[in-house]
Design a protein around this ligand. Structure first.
Ligand SMILES: Nc1ncnc2c1ncn2[C@@H]1O[C@H](COP(=O)(O)OP(=O)(O)OP(=O)(O)O)[C@@H](O)[C@H]1O
Ligand SMILES: [Mg+2]
Length: 287
């Protein structure tokens, strides 16, 4: 295997919520995402995972403020993009295009009265204004097929779809512009275990096929161990341990990592179970 090449680097990032008293949500975090890898970000509720993810995609809004550090995207075309310095057109050309995000709880916030097709077309209208209707339709159908949903579902409205299908739609939308990085914030947490596994397998397959890198955020460390190349463990705004999935599984060093590992006794399969099982999700799973 060739040496890892970074696609996204965060150095000494600090983010605060400027409320009274201020919340130091992310404290001096440094993190590197390599091209094509899955980096798991684990940690309990409130430790700062979503805040860090928003920072990395320049999505922070007041009262959140990045108070220090730098975030650099290493473009496939060879030049670096200083994410913190982007504004206006630069930001529009960056977000969704280079890094896309599947938001925590987003499947429940899809606009229920707008068809799936209109919501996908909206991305093209914003980012690819010259795209013909025929091309938009073809790409939208391709995207649904990619995530294991029948293209006839394009005319559906979100309220007509199951949770698993809505989440697949969110992933399809995040893939729309063929990004180099996808940030997935608890993409399966609200779903039952069978649907969750189906979607995770789909993400693994897509990653294999399309080559994007993933930051996969969840409090479920055992699940991350099954799917990630590397894992960072976050506690109270800081990364307290980082290593390959194998290292975190076999030789966790931090007490908190050990605690997280033992808090999900339900997963007892060998590492790699998700990855190896090549089954297509059943129709029930995706309906
Ligand atoms: N708008 C806000 N104003 C003030 N504090 C906030 C705001 N949003 C988040 N916080 C605080 O920042 C800290 C980090 O929150 P964040 O949502 O990033 O955690 P998380 O790890 O994503 O949690 P979860 O697993 O529940 O999604 C928490 O203490 C939270 O209460
Ligand atoms: Mg969160």
């Amino acid at each position: 295997m060739s040496a890892p090449e970074a696609v996204l680097t965060a150095r000494h990032v600090s983010i605060e919520y400027e409320v009274d008293p201020p919340v130091k949500a992310v404290r001096d975090v440094s993190l590197t995402l390599n091209r094509g890898e899955i980096l798991g970000l684990a940690g309990e509720s409130g430790c700062g995972k979503t805040t860090l993810a928003y920072g990395m995609n320049r999505l922070l809004k007041a009262p959140a403020l990045m108070t220090g550090g730098e975030i650099v995207f290493h473009n496939r075309e060879g030049h670096d993009i200083d994410i913190v310095a982007l504004d206006g057109d630069g930001l529009r050309a960056f977000r969704w295009d280079k890094i896309s995000m599947v938001f925590q709880g987003a499947m429940n916030s899809l606009n229920p009265v707008i068809s799936v097709r209109a919501q996908i077309f909206d991305i093209f209208d914003t980012h690819r204004p010259g795209m013909s209707k025929k091309d938009k339709q073809a790409r939208a159908e391709e995207l649904l097929t990619l995530v294991g949903v029948d293209p006839s579902r394009l005319t559906s409205f979100p309220h007509e779809l199951s949770g698993g299908m809505r989440q697949r739609m969110m992933i399809a939308m995040a893939l729309a512009l063929d990004p180099q990085v996808m940030i997935m914030d608890e993409p399966t947490t609200a779903l039952d275990v069978v649907v969750q596994r189906g979607i995770i397998r789909e993400i693994m397959r897509l990653r294999e096929r399309l080559g994007f890198a993933v930051i996969f955020i969840t409090h479920d460390l055992p699940m991350l161990i099954e799917i990630s190349d590397r894992i960072a463990v976050m506690l109270q705004g800081q990364i307290v341990e980082e290593g390959t999935a194998e290292e975190i599984y076999r030789t966790p060093k931090h007490e908190y990592t050990k605690k997280l590992l033992s808090s999900f006794p339900s997963l007892t399969g060998e590492r790699g179970d998700f990855v190896r099982t090549g089954n297509q999700p059943s129709q029930e799973e995706i309906r």
